[in-house]
Design a protein around this ligand. Structure first.
Ligand SMILES: NCc1[nH]cc(CCC(=O)O)c1CC(=O)O
Length: 304
């Protein structure tokens, strides 16, 4: 609702048109099953997409990182608004940063990508699988059930909970999920007028970054099943044609012992190609062989 409200407000400010918000609850919001066994992040998206295709609503606002890479029939990604901070954030007890957490500290996350990269830091942290909404997760720290949790900074920002953040994690160490922090505005492809009006919300700096990140993900999905992180940023050149795009990708085994990390720089005009080529280089370096050695095992006594 926070995300949809921000898009609705920006749309009204840009066009003068009114927007009616329609709340739709998805399976991903309600169930506390691990996302991987529920069918991946698509569980946040399907119910909203059905509502658009049925005509119950005209526009869906998603977290871009929850959108599967395959584009669905009948829908179009009409806008990617300016993205919020894409980094992951540590919310630890007593204001502690990552380096101050004693060995054996418990850190909650539901994300195999975060779990594996946390293990790879070699800090002897005990990663514990958790699910639930932001309040539920933060409460596990304030209750003393866990020493820390890791969440997307953007999600905390949208809910006004950044006061819980004790360290924003380095995106080269904890590479964020492709598209993290960005929103996706989807419309019916047949709705040409609405689609073109919605494009006022598209952010020229964000679009190439997320296109490159998602291209990397799509290419890696074809060749490997390990967790993937991708982080891209755009930088202004002397002229718009010289605008640059930097991208970093990671593929990592579940226990964090094997990983492939690679970066590339290119032109913003070739975002898709830059992401795909970086993924292919990662596959050539053996990304396909980097599969989960250890599962994300829930620590029963700590999980309600
Ligand atoms: N995994 C679910 C999800 N999808 C989007 C966000 C946060 C907002 C964003 O990344 O845009 C979250 C929660 C989280 O990862 O902490």
């Amino acid at each position: 609702m926070a995300q949809a409200t921000s898009v609705a407000d920006a749309f009204t400010a840009a066009t003068g048109r009114d927007v009616e918000l329609v709340e739709i609850t998805t399976k991903g919001d309600v169930s506390s099953e691990p996302l991987a066994t529920m069918g991946g992040t698509g569980v946040f998206v399907s119910a909203l997409r059905e509502a658009v295709l049925d005509g119950r609503v005209d526009v869906a606002v998603h977290s871009l990182k929850d959108l599967p890479t395959a584009s669905p029939d009948g829908l179009v990604l009409a806008a990617v608004p300016e993205r919020a901070d894409p980094r992951d954030a540590l919310c630890a007890r007593d204001g502690l940063g990552l380096a101050q957490l004693p060995p054996g500290s418990t850190v909650g996350t539901g994300s195999p990508r975060r779990a594996a990269q946390l293990r790879a830091l070699g800090l002897d942290l005990e990663v514990v699988e958790i699910r639930g909404n932001v309040d539920t997760r933060l409460r596990k720290v304030t209750d003393g059930q866990l020493d820390a949790v890791v969440l997307a900074y953007a999600g905390l920002g949208r809910l006004g909970r950044t006061e819980a953040v004790t360290e924003i994690l380095d995106p080269l160490q904890l590479v964020p999920a492709p598209g993290q922090g960005a929103l996706a505005v989807e419309c019916r492809a047949a709705d040409g007028e609405l689609t073109s009006v919605m494009s006022v919300l598209d952010d020229p700096g964000t679009r190439p970054a997320v296109v490159a990140e998602r291209a990397l993900l799509a290419e890696l999905e074809a060749g490997c099943s390990a967790p993937v992180g991708a982080y891209a940023v755009t930088a202004e050149g002397e002229t718009p044609e010289e605008d640059e795009l930097y991208i970093r990708g990671v593929v990592i085994s579940g226990d964090g012992s094997m990983s492939i990390r690679k970066s590339a720089t290119g032109s913003v005009t070739e975002a898709e190609r830059l992401g795909r080529e970086l993924a292919r280089e990662m596959l050539e370096d053996g990304a396909g062989a980097v599969v989960g050695a250890e599962k994300l095992v829930p620590k029963k006594e700590n999980v309600s």
